[in-house]
Design a protein around this ligand. Structure first.
Ligand code: GN1
Ligand code: MG
Length: 366
């Protein structure tokens, strides 16, 4: 590995590190923030590792609020540990000048967190046991935050996972950039038109008092669950930017749509996208083993529709961003967001086609 970029080193060394930075390398493949893994020489035989992130302030215009939520979560986790199992919450490292866990430098917002050691993430599930652990990880996380008082959590991203707001944003995008002659755009637009009534299903259930707001993770996709490198058990959930009050169904749905699509979000061939029932069953077993006590029977009634809804919602978000000129999600090639929208809509179709089987799985786990 070459010499780490001096600008990044200067940013990292503004935080209270135990020694000099030796390496910095890009980490993961987030669509919003920039993430780096850094190694620090602390005098011992092994280097200490940290995660440095530049927050996307176009997405999170008030990044201090994001950090405030993360501090509230860390304090809460310290006071309510998950006794008897390995579970870690990334530690926030203080800015050595201000004492706060962030740095503003040249208009950019940075934070540094401890790296969860001896753990790994997967981009696609390779066996059912992993699905169980991904579900169990989300269940444990929900258990951990279930008694975190919602008033301690700011709304860092208003409208995030309120599906009707994405439909409104899509309509807005259409006004500025109408669908043209592109077959794939036309297919997506027709797909959305047929499902307008799906968008408010969870919000309506909340308004009717059937579902309640509580703290959620907001982005529990498969690679945000860390698995122990030795035993494969879930040991942490990372990417805590979107922890805020919401409907747990958006989390359960998001975890299912991400983990039960073995072709992945970036599948090149939309025909390869399929919602896998075995993975769904095992993931829900793992989730409910950990979190069943925090769910009502009505909550369970909404599991099927939440998987379908969040796949539709993410497809809608990708499609809107495609129409708006790719201003939100990072893209690497032209039509990238259109490709991603197609994958999520194909996944939505696959979930719809298997409604009966998914409902049977939920019924069996009640
Ligand atoms: C974004 O940046 P990343 O990859 O953690 C997005 C999620 C989407 C996800 C899809 C704040 O998450 O909502 O589900 O992409 N995060 C935000 O890959 O919009
Ligand atoms: Mg995220």
């Amino acid at each position: 590995m070459g010499t780490p970029e001096p600008e990044l080193v200067a940013v990292a060394e503004a935080f209270a590190l135990p020694g000099p930075v030796t390496t910095i390398a890009p980490l993961g493949n987030g669509n919003v923030n920039d993430t780096y893994l850094l190694e620090v020489h602390s005098g011992g035989a092994t280097a200490r590792r940290y995660v440095l992130q530049r927050l996307n302030t176009r997405v999170f215009p008030q990044p201090e609020l994001v950090m405030q939520n993360m501090e509230a979560l860390s304090e809460h986790a310290e006071q309510h540990p998950l006794i008897g199992q390995r579970w870690e919450v990334p530690r926030l490292i203080a800015n050595r000048h201000t004492g706060r866990p962030w740095l503003w430098a040249e208009g950019q917002f940075w934070r540094l967190q401890s790296f969860i050691e001896e753990a790994m993430t997967v981009e696609a599930i390779t066996d059912r046991e992993q699905a169980r652990q991904v579900g169990r990880g989300l269940g444990l996380f929900h258990l951990l935050i279930s008694d975190l008082p919602p008033e301690q959590l700011a709304d860092t991203l208003p409208g995030f996972h309120v599906t009707p707001t994405y439909l409104a944003a899509y309509d807005q995008a259409l006004l500025c950039s109408p669908i043209g002659h592109d077959d794939r755009e036309q297919w997506c637009a027709a797909f959305v038109e047929k499902r307008r009534e799906l968008a408010p299903v969870l919000e309506d259930a909340n308004k009717a008092g059937l579902l309640q707001l509580r703290p959620i993770h907001g982005d529990p996709k498969i690679n945000n669950v860390m698995l122990c490198a030795h035993t494969g058990t879930a040991v942490s959930m990372v990417d805590l930017d979107t922890v805020k009050p919401g409907l747990v169904h958006y989390d359960i749905g998001d975890c299912l749509r991400s983990a039960c699509n073995p072709a992945g979000e970036e599948a090149c061939e939309p025909d390869s996208v399929k919602f896998d029932l075995d993975l769904c069953e095992t993931l829900l077993e793992g989730y409910l083993d950990a979190a069943r006590t925090s769910l009502s029977d009505t909550d369970l009634d909404y599991i099927y529709v939440s998987a379908k809804l969040i796949s539709f919602e993410l497809g809608l978000r990708f499609l809107s961003d495609h129409l708006a000129g790719n201003v939100y999600f990072r893209t690497t090639h032209s039509n990238h967001n259109l490709d991603r929208a197609l994958v999520q809509f194909r996944l939505t179709e696959s979930i719809e086609a298997q409604e009966e089987q998914i409902q049977q799985i939920v019924a069996k786990l009640r």
